[in-house]
Design a protein around this ligand. Structure first.
Ligand SMILES: Nc1ncnc2c1ncn2[C@@H]1O[C@H](COP(=O)(O)OP(=O)(O)OP(=O)(O)O)[C@@H](O)[C@H]1O
Length: 604
């Protein structure tokens, strides 16, 4: 439970950090993300021009509305029909502009976002494993989903609104200032109160709403945990407890949401009072001018509508500012990922890479290693050994001794800086990483199958494999019989929505994958859970076929299976403490291997 709780706490922390201060530097950095828009700059600029035009045409409306009234009173030379007709034309044109603008911006934003998504995803999958140990998967997927959606909002909506409101503000004020200077000065004098009040109040309310959202995220954790572990919930008959837990979490949501609502209501009243107070003031002053015949009623109307437009623009600024803050946060986080160093520089289909054929002569030269996330603890201490090409060795030792770590280093999952590993006499760091890994096959402890058909899962070992090769591999892995016993054969779906394969069956699929990959070096991480005798025999036979002629490292859990290997290394606390053949090692009576064998013999 602690695991899941802490995960989500951090996520709500992420929400907090989504907002950053807008400074010149942060803005400049955020704008870097806009390089993804560059390929579409023509469309973007065209959209921007249309946006400016349509914003400007909106500003014609108040003036024309005023003129309409003046025309009705016979104070100007145009007829009502002429002005209404002109207005209608203006708005037909504007509606066409707006349509094109929305379309253009969508084209730009959709394409740019696809490019960013691909860039971020390519970066993520090519990063070294150590990166993934420092980040949570949820965090990375949220980079790809919510952060990029945030940027998309900016491109398709926020930016347009910002431009429109800035134009309304600047051009609107300029127009009324030119037309009605004294009224404008009067109106502007009421503004600062409104703006400062709105900004302060708005910020406070957003903080409260965020708290309510965080609580909602916490409530969602409960649902997610429960559903993920529904087996456990049912086994412990804790349905009621879980409902109660959800209810408690929702209580907190309600408490915070209502608190925020109270202030939001207050804010609304404040805005109504302030804006209408301002408008009443302006109307009062305007009416006085009208009474003195200093302006016409049409002009007053125009002025009031302009003021409403400008007020609306100012009111919307707070929200836009918050949106921009979020987007800058989002783009910073995306940039952070894009800046990380990939281990695979240029991912491309393996067949297109220069083939690297290694023999599989492996030497560990005095390797000492600590995981990047736990730098202070040396997990391996001065490990040196040699495996000749085609030899089979086994690593034996208690859980946590460092067996898997040895294999992970061979796979170059982690960088080594104390000591080095060579394959065929060359430091493995000097090989192209993809070509190198292409020469290593793994049959893991827990075989993970992707959702898809059995064929696809086997072909994962060699995506270019022909049907015949896949069937051959399945046959050699002793898997063909059970695969063909399914009505859909190779096309049988496995994984979450498909059939569930037994442990032994999954292992044989993994063996077929490895056979297809045909690597020089093979790593077998023995399953800890034992299979029934029949499955065991099928798997063992398949493994024997697979191992033939390959350098093989077996991480052994059941010692019975490794009697025949060329050499056994007994690992304890990161050191090789014994080594030799099975016959040699069992003779050492005080030895760990001897004891492990005795223990297992007694257990069995
Ligand atoms: N990714 C990691 N980050 C930090 N420490 C790790 C990591 N993986 C393993 N360790 C630590 O390294 C030590 C050796 O682990 P390793 O998995 O190599 O042991 P093992 O002998 O393979 O054990 P088992 O037989 O249980 O798989 C353990 O103390 C483990 O906690």
């Amino acid at each position: 439970m602690a695991r899941r709780q802490s995960g989500y706490r951090q996520q709500s922390g992420d929400e907090e950090s989504k907002k950053v201060k807008i400074t010149k530097k942060s803005l400049q950095e955020a704008l870097e993300i806009f390089r993804f828009v560059l390929p579409y700059k023509t469309l973007f600029i065209a959209g921007l021009i249309l946006l400016i035009l349509s914003s400007l045409t909106t500003l014609i409306f108040p003036r024309f509305a005023g003129m309409l009234i003046d025309a009705a009173e016979g104070k100007i030379n145009y007829s009502i029909g002429q002005i209404a007709g002109a207005l209608a034309i203006v708005f037909v044109v504007q509606s066409i502009f707006s349509f094109c603008r929305v379309l253009l911006f969508s084209k730009v934003s959709e394409r740019a976002m696809r490019d960013i998504r691909i860039a971020v995803y390519s970066k993520i999958v090519t990063l070294p494993l150590s990166f993934f140990e420092q980040r949570r998967v949820g965090e990375l997927t949220s980079r790809l989903t919510s952060d990029i959606t945030q940027l998309q909002d900016v491109l398709s909506f926020t930016l347009a609104e910002l431009v429109r409101q800035l134009i309304t503000l600047v051009v609107g004020i300029t127009i009324i200032f030119a037309l009605f200077p004294s009224l404008t000065i009067f109106m502007l004098s009421t503004f600062p109160v409104l703006v400062i009040g709105a900004v302060l109040f708005g910020r406070f309310i957003r903080k409260l709403s965020r708290k309510a959202q965080d609580e909602l995220a916490n409530a969602n954790v409960v649902v997610e945990e429960t559903l993920q572990s529904i087996h456990v919930v049912k086994a412990f008959t804790n349905e009621y407890l879980e409902i109660k837990r959800y209810d408690n979490a929702l209580q907190k949501v309600i408490f915070n949401a209502l608190r925020a609502a109270k202030y939001r209501g207050g804010f609304t009243s404040f805005i109504i009072l302030a804006i209408f107070g301002g408008i009443i003031g302006v109307l009062w002053y305007g009416a006085t001018l009208l009474e003195q015949n200093l302006i016409t009623s049409g002009e007053l109307t125009a002025f009031v509508i302009y003021t409403a437009f400008i007020g609306g623009a100012v009111g919307g600024m707070g929200d836009l500012y918050a949106q921009l803050q979020k987007s800058i946060g989002a783009s910073e986080r995306i940039r952070d990922i894009l800046k990380e160093g990939s281990e695979v520089v240029n991912p491309q289909p393996v067949v297109e890479r220069a083939p690297l054929n290694i023999y599989g002569d492996i030497t560990f030269h005095d390797i000492t290693f600590a995981y990047p996330t736990r730098q202070d603890i040396d997990v391996l201490k001065s490990i040196s050994f040699h495996i000749g090409a085609g030899q089979k060795i086994a690593l034996v030792g208690y859980s946590g001794a460092g067996k898997s770590t040895i294999v992970q280093l061979l796979l170059r999952y982690y960088a080594t800086d104390r000591g080095y590993i060579s394959v065929d006499g060359k430091d493995i760091r000097q090989y192209d990483i993809l070509s190198y890994r292409q020469n290593i096959g793994i049959v893991p402890q827990d075989v993970i199958l992707f959702g898809g058909t059995i064929r696809e899962n086997i072909a994962y070992g060699k995506p270019s494999a022909t049907d015949e090769e896949i069937i051959q591999a399945a046959r050699k892995a002793n898997a063909l019989d059970f695969i063909m016993s399914f009505p859909e054969g190779m096309e049988t779906l496995v994984g979450e929505r498909g059939v569930k394969l037994s442990g032994g069956q999954r292992q044989r699929i993994a063996i077929a994958r490895a056979i297809l990959k045909d690597p020089a070096i093979l790593i077998l991480d023995e399953a800890t859970s034992s299979l029934d005798a029949e499955s065991e025999k099928l798997v063992q036979e398949a493994l024997d076929t697979l191992m033939a002629g390959r350098t093989t490292i077996i991480i052994a859990h059941r010692l019975a299976t490794i009697r025949k290997v060329d050499h056994i290394y007994v690992i304890s606390e990161g050191k090789i403490i014994e080594s030799g053949t099975h016959e040699e090692l069992v003779k050492v009576e005080e030895g760990l291997y001897h004891n492990l064998v005795k223990l297992q013999f007694e257990l069995e």
